[in-house]
Structure formats: C-alpha cells, structure tokens
Design a protein around this ligand. Structure first.
Ligand SMILES: Cc1cc2nc3c(=O)[nH]c(=O)nc-3n(C[C@H](O)[C@H](O)[C@H](O)COP(=O)(O)OP(=O)(O)OC[C@H]3O[C@@H](n4cnc5c(N)ncnc54)[C@H](O)[C@@H]3O)c2cc1C
Length: 438
C-alpha cells in the first residue's frame, strides 16, 4: 500500500513561507501543503516601490492564485492561527477550525509597534509595515502637505525615497542623538545626515515624542524640551516585534523569538520556524539572534522547505546586513560592525560622502560600514565586494597593510582572494535558487 502523503502546514504567507513552499515542490515533495495566513502572499520589501509609484500594487504579489494552484497548495487567507497543541499536532484557527499536521512551519513575521504615548493609537496616523498600511499612506499623503516620519532607523530609510517623492515637505524625527543608531556608527550617520539635509529633508535628532494631538485636520506632535511640529501625514517607523503571542501555552521554546537549531527546528522536532519569528544562528558570531531581514527569511524558508521534503539540510547562519539607497546615497552595514574587540581600518572622505569602515578578527573581515553616492560606479561595486568579503570569511591577512593605505580600493584584495569563486557554491541548498515563476 502506498504511504499516506505527508501533511505540511505552513502559517504565514510572507517571504519565508513562500520560499519554503517553492522549495518543497522544487525538490519533488508530493505531500499536502496547507497554508494559513492573515494576509495574502506579498513582499513587504517591495512596498517602498509601490509608495514611490515605480510599481503597481499587483507587482507586490509573490504567489498568484494560479501559482498556488500549480503548487497544489490549499490556502486559507484572512485566517489567523490562534493556538498550537504540539502534543496532539493540531493548529487552531480563529474560526475554531483545527488543522492536523505531520510537520508545521511557523512563519508569522512581525508587527510594527508605536511608542506608548498619548494619541499614538489614532487610526489616522500610519505605520508602514503591511500592504494595508502602504495603501493608507498612498491614499492619504498630500504632495502639498507636510509629512513627518517618526523614527530614523533602517525601515524608515527603506521608505524615505518614496516619502521624499510623495510629500511636499518632509521631516524625520529620531529620539536618539543621531539617525540610523542601529545601522551605522557616528561617522556614517553624520555623512547621511548632511546628505539628506542637502536634499531638503529636515532631520530632528534627540527629539523624544511625548504625545500626538490634533489642530483641525492637522496632527500636532509634541516633544520633550522642543517646539511642537504640525503635520498632514505622520508615519511611524519605531520598531517591530515578532508575532508570537498565539504560541502561549504551546511549550515551544521562545527567547527573543522561536529558538531554532541548525535545521531550523524549534524545541518541538516537527515544528520549524523561519524568518522574523526565528532566533537562528548568526553566520559571523555563531550566536543565536533574530535577523528581521529579507535575505534571512528567504534562506530560512529554503532550508525549512528542504528539511520538510526529507533532506537533512543545515543552515550555516545568517549574515546581518542592512542596505539602503536614500536620495542617491548608498548606505550599508554588514556583520559585526559594532564589535569593540575587532581591529578597525576606517577612512571617511566627507566631501564625497564616502566612508569605509572594516572590522577584522584573525585577518578576516567580520563587519563593515560603507557610504557612497549611488551614481558613482565604485560605490555600487564596493557594496557587493564588501558584502562578499564579510560573507566568505576570506583571509585578508596579507592585505591589511594595503587596506590601511588604500581603504577605498577594495577591488584588489577582493579579486586576489578569489572571493567570488568561494561564494559560488555557498547557496543554502548547494545549488542556485531558480528564479521564481508566477
Ligand atoms: C517597508 C519595508 C521595507 C523593507 N525593506 C527591506 C529591505 O530593503 N531589506 C531587507 O532585508 N528587509 C526589508 N524589510 C524586512 C522584510 O520585509 C522582512 O524581514 C520579511 O518580510 C520577513 O519575512 P517573514 O516571512 O518572516 O514575515 P512576513 O513577510 O512579515 O510574513 C508574515 C506572514 O504571516 C502572517 N501572519 C502573521 N500572524 C499570523 C497568524 N497568527 N496567523 C496566520 N498568519 C499570520 C502575515 O499576514 C504574513 O503573511 C522591509 C520591510 C518593510 C515593511
């Protein structure tokens, strides 16, 4: 008698989930796939391009109904998982329906959070995390009005070009003494700050928002120790938290997020976690960390898909990287860019808005920060090469003297260490990821 097909249940339809499904089918897995998600499949990472109007809403979709049919996925959208019984291997949904599983992937991503201050819960203020948020900002933003973004971290910077493009007048407020406090160091932040000011963006740092009120149709933002700001559109980019509340009582081990092993299994062996909800291995340090970024969600999804398909694939770890382009300036950081014990080579050419900071341990580049104008080819190329050197762990010992003297000439050590060649076989499944079809 033929064995009963395996029943895979996947919760969430973001990057991690869709990559797991694609991988399951690419590897020829014939099991049933049941997909449950609050929202339909789309990419949050492309929402900034929807805001700046370079793509239509339809282009944010990552799996069309036709694609899901081809993959033989039974999908329930607009449904939420509310509880997990790991002993009985059953998932409970918000309509009381129960789904049994042989294995389960938790890929429920994160939710945007606002500061706990008076007026911040006003529904006419926006986050920019979901498609619904983006639709709201798109409808509401006024090219003749003033927009204020609260928070000047990585996510704020991903939508900055769109906000500059769509609003007549833009201010960025940040509670910390400088912008991008968790993405670049002080020198990097200063370069980006000056660049943005030269493009007409107002930046208020050390500005702690205390309440949001109303003056007619306008919002009034009050701060500790400084003047109020009035705005027509307010967008919060003040952080995210992983969607884990529904796992209370499940017995799954949670630290900052779901703790996973090298195969991305949780403390319950037939339950996997991937993407923003998983606390997995950091490629550089080996420590368990949450990397709420797209490449990690994609790679996690691929590795879980392979493991669900019966392959014992281990994940080498995720490289922390934040790359943004704002008003024509590339800004990026990779790996352990804050490591106080590392050997540092740094050089800033503030007149050209160019900065390089490399951090080394035992002759290997473990972290880096870079800025440089997008229009200059060297800046564009360096970005990829610096990422490659951190990712590959190539020995740069013979090149330390050279880099100290020529920190802007990364190409020579990159080519000499044959970094491209060493990275080619390093795809998570040992073979290149085929381009998605839909
Ligand atoms: C505007 C924006 C720009 C970004 N830009 C970048 C970038 O340039 N580079 C980068 O690396 N990263 C970027 N990111 C971050 C990146 O998009 C996330 O890290 C990535 O989406 C995480 O994928 P995920 O699959 O873990 O979760 P998500 O993509 O968040 O998907 C989670 C899914 O779970 C569903 N869900 C949640 N709770 C439940 C529940 N209880 N039951 C059922 N379903 C549920 C959701 O509806 C959703 O479908 C950006 C994010 C945003 C918002």
């Amino acid at each position: 008698m033929a064995a009963k097909p395996k029943r895979h249940v996947i919760v969430g339809a973001g990057t991690a989930a869709i990559n797991a499904i694609r991988t399951l089918r690419q590897l020829g897995d014939k099991g049933e796939i049941h997909l449950v998600s609050k929202e339909p499949p789309y990419s949050r990472m492309v929402l900034p391009y929807y805001l700046d109007q370079s793509i239509s809403e339809a282009r944010t979709t990552t799996a069309t109904p036709r694609q899901l049919m081809d993959w033989q996925v039974t999908a329930k959208f607009g449904r939420q998982a509310v509880a997990l019984d790991t002993k009985a291997a059953k998932l409970k949904l918000d309509n009381d329906e129960e789904l049994e599983y042989d294995d389960l992937l938790i890929a429920t991503g994160s939710t945007a959070v606002r500061p706990p201050i008076s007026g911040a819960d006003d529904p006419t203020l926006f986050n920019f995390w979901t498609l619904a948020d983006a639709q709201g900002v798109n409808r509401y933003i006024n090219p003749a009005g003033r927009a204020v973004m609260v928070g000047a971290g990585f996510i704020a910077f991903t939508i900055l070009d769109g906000m500059i493009h769509r609003s007549g007048n833009l201010s960025l407020v940040e509670a910390e003494p400088r912008i991008l406090p968790r993405m670049v160091d002080e020198t990097g932040a200063r370069i980006v700050h000056h660049w943005l000011e030269s493009k007409g963006v107002e930046l208020l740092t050390g500005a702690r928002l205390t309440s949001v009120g109303q003056n007619g149709a306008r919002h009034v933002l009050a701060f500790a120790g400084r003047e109020d700001l009035e705005a027509d559109t307010v967008v919060f980019a003040t952080g995210i938290r992983p969607n884990l509340e529904w796992l209370n009582g499940s017995g799954i081990k949670i630290n900052q997020a779901i703790v996973v092993d090298d195969n991305l299994k949780s403390s319950t062996p037939n339950v996997y976690a991937a993407g923003d909800v998983a606390e997995g291995k950091n490629l550089i340090t080996g420590e368990k960390e949450v990397h709420a970024i797209e490449p990690t969600a994609m790679e996690h999804g691929r590795v879980v898909g392979a493991n669900m398909a019966g392959k014992k694939v281990k994940y080498p770890g995720s490289l922390l990287m934040n790359i943004v382009s704002v008003a024509g300036l590339n800004v990026a950081s990779f790996g352990s860019w804050e490591d106080a014990d590392a050997e540092v080579i740094a050089k800033a050419d503030e007149g050209r808005s160019a900065y390089r900071k490399y951090l080394f341990k035992k002759g290997k580049m473990v972290g880096a920060i870079m800025t440089g104008p997008h229009r200059e080819t060297w800046s564009e190329n360096d970005l990829g090469m610096i990422k490659g050197l951190v990712q590959s762990g190539a020995s740069l010992e013979p090149w330390m003297e050279f880099l100290r003297e020529h920190p802007f000439t990364i190409k020579k050590p990159y080519l000499a260490t044959r970094t491209v060649k060493s990275l080619l076989p390093q795809t998570v499944l040992g073979s290149p990821t085929p381009a998605p079809r839909s």
